[in-house]
Design a binder for this molecule. Structure first.
Ligand code: AMP
Ligand code: GLY
Length: 424
């Protein structure tokens, strides 16, 4: 079977690597892909926002399944258009993708179905928002309603910070994403990510992870898309996972099915483990990046078979997905300047030396310049390894990262510190 993978990040490299191991795979195409993905797929230049072009490509190349990596094409309704034309898709349709596309959509759904999450109010003008603020007090969380590439969330510790956040949002600081805001109660606890696969009806757990959002060691500095991750998150015990499934994930999937807009694909729940139990921070309608890399390092089953069963609505016919008892950890190597303006064009070498340490290097923001790999984005590589413990996996990943020659890049030196401190 021929498959088209949409996306170009480390997440998609990990998916391509795993898909390429499937005996069911005919030819893998990737749009636009990256030099790492090119080891497993033919790169093609089809614009994912041009749905007609994607469809034409599928017809011409007998593509039966399209795997959509990032959120933007999902929120844009690419999956709907492909499904309508009889192409199988891994990823949700436009309406259920609103779980990520609109924070207000998710919060309203949680309220209707009693799903534990932070108390919230929506406001679509500044005056209303100020009234809500007065009611909530500080600390408080202010979020742009729409997609803002992970940057539309401000945690205000003081009233001045809260007021400044509202000023920024309503003056268009986050573009149209900030024309409406969600104001939330600040939740205290440790964060963890939980993944579930669903075809709209059957829901199965698909692993857990924790990431490091801040750019600097010791979780300092500005937020990023994620500087590293590991799986599993031992803090998410099997008892807590069962609660997350029953109290958060299953009610969400059921609610969407009941309103005639079933969710199909991977559902990524960002959780706060509070003193009162797990609460939903947010949903993503795709795999996390770099969380996907650590999940793929541990997945023991055929990813293509799993994605096909999901896309066909036949997840119930598969045994539950199996993950290695090993831990996996990934270290993101970013270009100097990230998360501001990353330096482009820096040369990268040492890939063989890194592989020799037993790690898998996934490409994220790279390009090929006459055969030399160069940096072309903020997060450039994700160096991933497995070990019996997080500590062991970290040791291998760091040996490999040290072996990479990337003078214009940097990486955090403390990925996994929470688990290592817990003796994992
Ligand atoms: P989000 O984009 O919704 O994941 O928010 C980004 C980050 O802000 C989360 O990973 C949390 O660290 C933090 N955050 C979001 N909402 C809350 C909340 N209600 N209470 C505390 N922290 C939050
Ligand atoms: N690493 C966080 C995300 O993919 O949303």
């Amino acid at each position: 079977m021929n498959v088209l993978l949409i996306g170009s990040g480390g997440r998609e490299h990990a998916l391509a690597w795993k898909l390429a191991q499937s005996p069911l795979l005919g030819k893998l195409f990737a749009a636009p892909g990256n030099p790492g993905i090119a080891e497993h797929a033919e790169l093609v230049s089809v614009d994912p926002l041009d749905h007609r072009a994607v469809l034409d490509f599928c017809t011409r190349h007998s593509v039966e399944l399209v795997v959509i990596g990032p959120e933007a094409p999902l929120v844009d309704g690419l999956a709907d258009n492909l499904r309508t034309m009889g192409v199988l898709v891994f990823g949700p349709n436009k309406v259920p993708a609103q779980l990520e596309g609109s924070k207000g959509f998710t919060k309203d759904l949680c309220a209707r179905h009693g799903i534990p999450t932070a108390r919230y109010e929506r406001a679509s003008d500044k005056l209303a928002a100020e009234a809500v603020l007065a009611d909530f007090g500080v600390p408080v969380v202010i979020k742009a309603d729409g997609l803002a590439a992970g940057k539309g969330v401000i945690i205000a510790m003081t009233e001045e910070e809260a007021q400044a956040a509202l000023d920024t949002m309503f003056e268009g600081g986050f573009g149209s994403a900030g024309s409406a805001v969600v104001i939330e109660e600040f939740m205290e606890g440790e964060e963890a990510s939980f993944f579930a696969l669903t075809d709209g009806e059957t829901v199965v757990p698909f692993g857990s992870a924790q990431d490091h959002k801040r750019v600097g060691d010791g979780d300092t500095g500005p937020n990023t898309g994620g500087m590293g991750a590991y799986s599993p998150a031992s803090i998410l015990t099997s008892e807590l996972e069962a609660r997350v499934m029953e109290e958060i994930v299953k009610p969400t999937v059921r609610a969407l099915a009941e309103s005639g807009t079933p969710y199909s694909g991977i559902l990524y729940a960002g959780l706060m483990l509070t003193a009162e139990g797990p609460k939903l921070i947010e949903y993503n309608v795709r795999f996390g990046d770099p969380e996907c890399q650590v999940l793929m390092m541990r997945l023991e089953d055929d990813l293509l078979e799993i994605m096909l069963a999901t896309a066909r609505g036949k997840l119930a016919e598969l045994p539950p997905p199996r993950f290695s008892k090993d831990a996996a950890l990934t270290v993101v190597m970013a270009a100097n300047g990230y998360p501001g303006t990353p330096e482009k064009g820096g040369r990268i070498g040492g890939f063989e030396a890194a592989a020799g340490k037993g790690a898998k290097v996934f490409h994220a923001g790279t390009a090929s310049d006459g055969g030399t790999i160069i940096a072309s984005g903020g997060r450039v590589l994700t160096v991933s390894a497995r070990g019996r413990t997080v500590k062991e996996a970290a040791a291998i990943a760091y040996e490999a990262a040290d072996a990479i020659d990337f003078p214009t890049g940097f990486y955090r030196k403390d990925i996994g510190w929470r688990e290592i401190a817990r003796g994992r």
